[in-house]
Design a protein around this ligand. Structure first.
Ligand SMILES: [Fe+2]
Length: 388
């Protein structure tokens, strides 16, 4: 019977344990990469994952700029990050350029002897590359970037096991980046659709052009001083774009009336906030913006509509849209009155603070105004009319 060499077994066991550990790390890093849809965050996590998984001194992600046929450092680690970010490589140039051009991974354990190695990057960053592992990041067989790790810890060389793990990580990075891109495209398409819808409604009324854009601009400027979280800001943006969508249900003769509205007509136009909420209720994903649309004509003193909510009962999105909406209404011409100057409108907002408008929202608006953050959007609007 063959004698068992205990040392050999221990060493084998340790290797297996190490492999399992690295696989577990790969799985953990992959989950982390795919738990966000934020493109920038994925890029940062990819770089950190590259460093940890390869036990390297630095890791970086280079992305392909297809138009320029170049690679640029998206993120890098360490003190030289800013310097590295300024460096671009042509496809085929340097080790990352070669990997991007050929779509194949590469380990270079003696870079000074490899003709593909560019000394310039080290010289610019005062960094000494001892060894490098570099793999392509591919989406549907197309190279969109390159993941690299430099200088394996402990003076070791990168090996085939590293290559296999790094390739798996690059696949996960590719999936995460592609998901984020698709999500962003979908979101952009949605915003554009919402804007087109708002634009179509504005076009029914010759006086309201540009109103939606300005209200959105003002609302987002207010949000910057109210510490809204990114998700709330996103809802606010959509609520601002769609705040008057209910006007689609208001008759032309009222909406397009060039004169002041009669009490009956005003009563009719007041329905637009409820109509807007009803339209949006059909879209499950937009539930969060309903308060912003439905209550944007409520007032702090309870004299607004549709429900006469008071103070804290009024949702924050609605309070913000109300200030943005009113400021734009005041500072644009109506057929029956001229626009007020901006300073006059600000005074008016202040005067109505605590009765019509929320104090914090008005203060945030004024701070944004004083800092010049309410400059006119690119598309100049026509004139404004309806009290809606
Ligand atoms: Fe309105």
């Amino acid at each position: 019977m063959k004698k068992i060499d205990l040392d050999e077994w221990v060493s084998k066991l340790e290797r297996i344990e190490e492999r399992v550990g690295r696989l577990a790390l790969l799985s953990q890093l992959s989950q982390l990469l795919n738990s966000t849809l934020d493109h920038q965050e994925i890029r940062r996590r990819a770089m950190e994952a590259a460093t940890r998984l390869m036990r390297a001194q630095v890791g970086s992600l280079l992305l392909v700029d297809e138009e320029k046929r170049q690679l640029f450092f998206e993120v890098a680690l360490g003190d030289q990050e800013e310097e590295i970010k300024r460096i671009t490589l042509n496809l085929g140039e340097g080790i990352p350029g070669w990997v991007a051009k050929n779509g194949k991974p590469l380990i270079v354990n003696k870079p000074e002897k490899d003709r593909r190695f560019l000394k310039g990057v080290d010289e610019r960053t005062e960094f000494k590359t001892r060894n490098i592992i570099c793999v392509p990041v591919k989406v549907k067989k197309k190279v969109i970037g390159v993941l690299e790790a430099i200088n394996k810890e402990g003076g070791d060389m990168f090996d085939l096991e590293d290559l296999s793990l790094f390739t798996s990580l690059a696949d996960q990075v590719a999936i995460a980046l592609d998901n984020a891109r698709l999500y962003k495209e979908l979101e952009e398409m949605f915003f554009q659709t919402a804007e087109s819808l708002a634009d179509a409604i504005e076009k029914r009324d010759p006086y309201t052009g540009g109103h939606t854009r300005r209200v959105t601009l003002y609302s987002l400027a207010i949000a910057r001083y109210l510490q809204l979280n990114p998700l709330e800001k996103k809802w606010l943006k959509i609520a601002s774009v769609l705040h008057d969508i209910g006007k689609i249900g208001i008759e032309d003769q009222i909406l397009r009336k060039p004169d002041r509205l009669s009490p009956e007509e005003f009563k009719a136009i007041k329905h637009h906030s409820d109509i807007g909420a009803e339209i949006i209720e059909h879209i499950r994903q937009l539930r969060e913006i309903i308060p912003g649309v439905k209550y944007h004509h409520e007032q702090i003193n309870g004299r607004g509509y549709p429900e006469g909510l008071k103070g804290k009962e009024i949702p924050i999105l609605a309070k913000i849209v109300a200030v943005a909406d009113t400021f734009d209404a005041m500072t644009t011409d109506r057929p029956y009155r001229k626009a007020k100057g901006k300073e006059v409108a600000i005074k008016e907002l202040r005067r109505c603070t605590g009765t019509q408008f929320d104090k914090e929202v008005v203060e945030a608006f004024i701070r944004a105004y004083r800092k010049g953050e309410l400059s006119k959007p690119k598309v100049e609007g026509r004139k404004w009319k309806a009290e809606g």
